[in-house]
Write a protein that binds this ligand. Structure first.
Ligand SMILES: N[C@@H](CCC(=O)N[C@@H](CS)C(=O)NCC(=O)O)C(=O)O
Length: 214
């Protein structure tokens, strides 16, 4: 197997973190997003949405999209589990993982990609170009603050996002809180539960290897 990645970008970080937790080693190949390498035909043949991470299997199959890659690796390398122990656990992990993606990642990206000059024409990930919509920047910032509020509320009730065990949902939630720094947003004093959870998760060795490495 081989992972196509871009170090420091939030979506690849989710998969790289899973690899560290499970002790899986594989070659990594950098796709330089700043040079548009992901939009070239050679890479688009591997990743239909022209995005990283993308996993190449030894039989020549390519899998893109973080949830598809992570669930594949969970099934192939079940220990330690990152989707819990039961069908109900798995469903709750996928639910909170997806909420971290849509309300965390997509909100930060809405701000970043509609305001950055470097991302002109690229407000949405994928093979197609669009115009930026500057009016989305303020709304995106509100969405990021609501993400912090809502996840703080969840963590007031639960030790980890999906229940009483560490999971892929915590990886995604933590990566997205960190991604928010790119637009100078961070949980505030009022987000007591979210910050306590961040402190707890930041003790994991994977954080130093994957998040603080850049
Ligand atoms: N929905 C995708 C999102 C992947 C994604 O957004 N990847 C970003 C890096 S974080 C990317 O490849 N961006 C390419 C671009 O900016 O055009 C997934 O879950 O894998």
């Amino acid at each position: 197997m081989r992972l196509y990645t871009y170090p420091g970008a939030p979506s690849p970080q989710r998969v790289e973190w899973l690899l560290v937790e499970k002790g899986i080693e594989m070659p990594m190949e950098k796709v330089d997003l700043t040079q548009g390498e992901h939009l070239r035909p050679e890479f688009r043949a591997k990743s239909p949405n022209a995005d990283v991470p993308t996993l190449a299997l030894d039989d020549g199959t390519f899998i893109s999209q973080v949830p598809a890659i992570c669930l594949y690796l969970e099934d192939r390398f079940p220990e330690p589990p990152l989707y819990g122990q039961s069908p109900e656990d798995r469903a709750r992990v996928i639910m909170w993982d997806h909420l971290g993606y849509i309300n965390g990642f997509r909100a930060v990206a809405e701000v970043l990609r509609n305001s950055s000059r470097a991302m002109q024409g690229r407000p949405l990930v994928g093979p197609h170009n669009y115009d930026q919509i500057p009016a989305l920047v303020d709304r995106g910032r509100q969405r990021v603050r609501n993400f912090f509020n809502d996840f703080n509320g969840r963590l007031a009730q639960s030790d980890y996002l999906a229940g009483d065990f560490f999971s892929m949902a915590d990886i995604t939630g933590y990566v997205m809180c960190n991604f928010a720094r790119w637009i100078k947003e961070q949980p505030g004093e009022e987000h007591v539960h979210l910050r306590a959870w961040q402190d707890k998760i930041s003790q994991r060795p994977a954080v130093e290897k994957v998040i603080q490495r850049r």
